[in-house]
Structure formats: C-alpha cells, structure tokens
Ligand binder design. Structure first.
Ligand code: GUN
Length: 298
C-alpha cells in the first residue's frame, strides 16, 4: 500500500507560512501583495478556479480582484485591461485564466503581461529563464509537484521521471524543472504523449510517473512498476448520480489499483490541485517582495 501524499495538508502549511510573512511585511511597510485574476466567459471549471484563488488571497490578507468579462470581449479590450494592471502598483501578480475564447490570441494576451507580474510563469521570458535554470516564476502546478516531492523527501536525483503529457502548463515545465542540475531535481526525464505507439514501454520504467493527460483512469496498474511514485495531475469531471452536483472529480490514474503497487501516490482531489493555488500565492508574494526591493521600500 502506498503512502498517500496529502497535498491539502501541505498546501495549508504553505498558506500558513505565507500568512505570517504577509502580516510581517504589512507591519514593516504598510503594503500587502495584490493579485488580479482576469476571467473571460462562463466556463464553470474556470469560475470555480478563479473564485478559489480569490478566496485564498483574501484569507492570507492579500488584495484580490476578479475582472470578469463576457466571452464576446474583443482582444483589444482584454489587452487594455492587462496593460492597466501592468501599471497598477497595488497589483503585483496578474493571472489570465485559460482557456480563452477562440477569437482571442491566447499567446498575445500572455505576452502582454509584464514578466515581473506573470505569476503563472507563462510569459516566454519566464519560460526561457526556466529552461536555462535562471530564477523565474515557475508555473504553479509544476511548482506544486516539485514542492510535494521535496516535502515528502522523495529523491529525484538520478531517478527516471516519466511525464505523460506535453502541455505548456504542466508537461513541458515540469520536465524542464526536474531536469535542472540542482537540489530537488537532477532527474533523468522522459516526456511521452499521445503519439507514443506503446506508452507502457515508457511508463513501466518510471521511478516517478507524472500523469498529466486529461483522461480519466488512463494509467492502470499494469502500466507501472512496483514501488513507483505516482503524481496524478488529472482533474476530470465524470457523471456521478450519487453526488448532489451530479458529477465527481477523478484523476488520470486508476487510483484503487495503482495505489497497491506504488510507494507514494497523490489522490484526486486533495493531491496536486490544492498545491497549484498555494504556489500561485507563493509566486504572488515573490512578485510583491521583488517590487518592494526594486522600489527600495525594503
Ligand atoms: N487553466 C488551467 N490551469 C491554469 C493555470 O494554472 N493558470 C491559468 N491562468 N489558467 C489555467
């Protein structure tokens, strides 16, 4: 039986640590970190994410704002909104919830955000810095995974990490982070994706398997080796007549059977998910600290 990695508990610890730091900075400078979340349209999952992010900010004593726009918004108007927050000294982090409607060029919006306020770590400048191992904002989900591995003292050095999924939000950044020659990384990394002819050939060799596919119960016990560490990034809604909402959230890993073979595993919900928000708050606090340093306030 595997040790269940409790992301909810670790995320709560991180939030508590941040809360103390924020109170301390407020005492010293009279200032608090600010995060604006920009939400376009009414995708139910995005609405839930943004309201959780906003609530988490407020609980920590940060300034939080949600800018909500209808899905018909013109690209130009969205650019103007981002630009306004680039110039606003009360907001140190800007987050544009993805995906955006198809008539808006997502990359153009991301590139409008100042790299110093890009707390999602999606701007090409930050992505480039991540790849070459310079200090940057790490995308929140991969950052959360690295933090979980660290806090559970799971060795990554020399281990074979197999990432299934090549998205810009999870697959590519986590692979690059764990590849770096530094503490908490230094792994041998393989990235697999939907074009793999025989996916099991790769997943079976993983010491650490990171599933970021977006397909429910996709990773089964026969695809992994004994004592594997399994990180499940999937958030899939499936119908559940017994639940009030009519659905439940499941991961990309068939938990019940894989758990019997793994040494460590993250559950869904309560694994990687809560860490994403904790790391967004961490990044916003870093952006705030850098702003104070740059302006010689500390
Ligand atoms: N959509 C799915 N995940 C994310 C995320 O981490 N950040 C943003 N901005 N949008 C997302």
């Amino acid at each position: 039986m595997a040790i269940i990695i409790d992301g909810k508990k670790v995320a709560a610890e991180i939030r508590e640590e941040l809360k103390l730091k924020i109170a301390d900075f407020k005492n010293k400078t009279g200032k608090v970190p600010g995060l604006v979340a920009i939400l376009v349209g009414n995708n139910p999952a995005s609405e839930v994410y943004v309201s959780s992010k906003s609530r988490a900010c407020e609980e920590l004593g940060m300034t939080s704002k949600v800018e909500k726009f209808p899905s018909e918004i013109r690209e130009e108007e969205l650019i103007q909104c981002v630009t306004r927050y680039n110039e606003d000294e009360n907001f140190h982090g800007i987050l544009v919830q993805l995906p955006l409607p198809s008539h808006i060029n997502e990359q153009k919006i991301i590139e409008t955000i100042l790299p110093s306020k890009d707390v999602d770590g999606f701007h090409p400048v930050n992505v480039g810095n991540l790849v070459i191992g310079k200090e940057t904002f790490y995308p929140c989900t991969p950052y959360g995974i690295v933090e979980l591995l660290k806090r559970y003292s799971i060795e990554t050095k020399g281990k074979h990490v197999v990432v299934v999924g090549r998205s810009n939000i999870v697959g590519k950044p986590i692979a690059n982070m764990l590849l770096q020659k530094k503490e908490g990384a230094n792994a041998i990394v393989t990235i697999c994706h939907s074009a793999a002819k025989d996916l099991s050939r790769y997943t079976k060799d993983a010491d650490i398997l990171i599933a970021a596919i977006g397909k429910e119960n996709f990773i089964t016990a026969d695809m992994v080796k004994e004592d594997v560490v399994v990180i499940d990034v999937g958030i899939n809604r499936i119908e559940d007549k017994n639940s009030k909402k009519g659905y439940k959230i499941v991961g990309d890993v068939k938990f019940d059977e894989v758990e019997k073979k793994a040494s460590y595993i993250t559950p869904v919900p309560g694994g990687v998910g809560p860490m994403t928000i904790a790391m967004l708050l961490t990044n916003t606090f870093s952006a705030f600290k850098k702003f104070l340093e740059k302006n010689k306030i500390i």
